[in-house]
Design a protein around this ligand. Structure first.
Ligand SMILES: Cc1cc2nc3c(=O)[nH]c(=O)nc-3n(C[C@H](O)[C@H](O)[C@H](O)COP(=O)(O)OP(=O)(O)OC[C@H]3O[C@@H](n4cnc5c(N)ncnc54)[C@H](O)[C@@H]3O)c2cc1C
Length: 365
């Protein structure tokens, strides 16, 4: 138990920072630090001695690239960013940081809105820790440098049409995404990405590499699924994959003839009621609100989503939803659908339809 609380102290602020507003996170960050001194220079010196490790400090070229957040509104200035190629290097970096009582954060895809992957004095960028293997029972071992697009494509290709429930943006990291849940259109059937985790490999604050699953280190296995960054650097997840649905239909319902505010509100309420009562699990539907340029008094609303099944069943389900809309809104509704797609084609459409599961876009913004 002593070990867990020590780990928690070292690595806990990223967890809190990810679930509370940033201002509050900054307020609570101080008391959670190590008692005693934070000797950043000695941590950096120790790290600089690790062989064949890519290291970026404010005085080296490439630091701006390595420390750049996805969200340009946030300023980040870690003392050092390292990009390991081996798990052993991660263990060595953590040991250096722990002996100097310095905070460490891992960065997987870097898509934290709050740039929490760059919040430590020492940042470990997992981009090259990106192996992916599948066994015959559909269990996939996915190192956390893999982004969602690589995970989806990798398990589908290597595992004979295997799939996982996850978000629709292929460039989001499997590290942070899984740690905090990982929510996507397939979630109504498959749950969250974290629900598919059956094992985890992680580096603890003392530099040891441990496995946690339903029989080994059970308390850690429980804690890491939701509180991961407080307990260690996750190097690999083991996911139980499922057989991908053979057909999906992507669709949207727009209102080109704009809804009045009362039609919009009533349609939104109809959507909520439908979701709670009538909707088939195979029908995933999100509501989008887009501000209307030059008109502060209204917004455009649309319903977008995926159906996991064939076109005929989709038409049947979507017509049930249409029936619930207020009649005047129903008259304005325009349905567009993709027709039947395969699993990967469906993910590509959800990702923005540039023809691939691109893991490099979008650039920081
Ligand atoms: C454009 C965009 C689209 C998104 N779409 C979705 C979506 O469809 N569904 C959804 O649920 N969410 C979505 N998100 C949110 C996203 O899932 C979270 O922000 C997630 O935490 C990002 O993971 P990451 O690895 O890319 O981020 P990072 O910035 O690398 O990490 C995020 C947090 O996790 C920690 N962390 C990362 N890797 C590790 C590791 N290996 N070990 C320990 N700690 C680690 C970091 O320290 C940090 O606290 C989206 C975000 C963006 C920017």
């Amino acid at each position: 138990m002593a070990r867990i609380s020590r780990i928690s102290t070292l690595l806990s602020f990223p967890l809190l920072a990810s679930v509370v507003p940033r201002t509050l996170a900054l307020e609570v960050q101080q008391p959670l630090g190590w008692p005693g001194s934070l000797d950043v220079p000695s941590a950096v010196e120790c790290i600089s001695k690790i062989s064949e490790l890519d290291i970026f400090t404010p005085s080296t070229s490439g630091y701006n690239w390595a420390s750049q957040p996805f969200n340009f509104r946030i300023a980040t200035s870690p003392a050092v960013v390292v990009i390991p190629k081996l798990v052993q290097q991660i263990q060595d970096v953590v040991k250096c940081a722990a002996s100097a009582k310095v905070n460490v954060t891992a960065k997987s895809g870097g898509h934290s809105y709050g740039a929490y992957g760059l919040a430590g004095d020492v940042v470990i960028d997992m981009m090259h820790i990106n192996n992916l293997t599948l066994n015959g029972t559909g269990a996939a071992v996915v190192q956390t440098g893999n982004r969602l697009g690589s995970v989806a494509q990798g398990i589908f290709n290597n595992g004979n049409r295997r799939a996982l429930p996850h978000g629709s943006c292929p460039y989001v990291g499997s590290g942070g995404h899984t740690l905090y849940g990982g929510f996507g259109y397939y979630g109504r059937i498959g749950g969250l990405m974290v629900d598919a985790v059956v094992g985890v490999e992680l580096v603890l604050a003392n530099g040891s590499l441990v496995t946690a699953n339903s029989t080994l280190n059970q308390d850690l296995f429980w804690a890491v699924r939701g509180g991961g960054p407080s307990f260690g650097i996750v190097t690999a997840w083991t996911f139980q994959t499922v057989l991908a649905p053979s057909k999906t239909v992507n669709y949207n319902i727009t209102f080109p003839n704009r809804l009045s505010i009362s039609e919009l509100v009533d349609s939104y309420i109809a959507w909520e009621k439908f979701a709670k009562t009538n909707a088939s699990q195979a029908l995933a539907m999100a509501t989008l609100f887009v501000p209307v340029r030059g008109n502060n008094s209204t917004v455009d609303m649309s319903f977008v989503g995926n159906y996991y099944g064939n076109e005929a069943d989709f038409r049947n389900e979507i017509s049930k939803f249409n029936e619930t809309l207020p009649p005047t809104a129903r008259a304005k509704a325009q349905l567009k659908s993709s027709g039947e797609l395969g699993w990967i084609e469906g993910l590509i459409v959800l990702a923005g339809n540039d023809g691939t599961l691109n893991v490099t876009k979008p650039p920081p913004s």
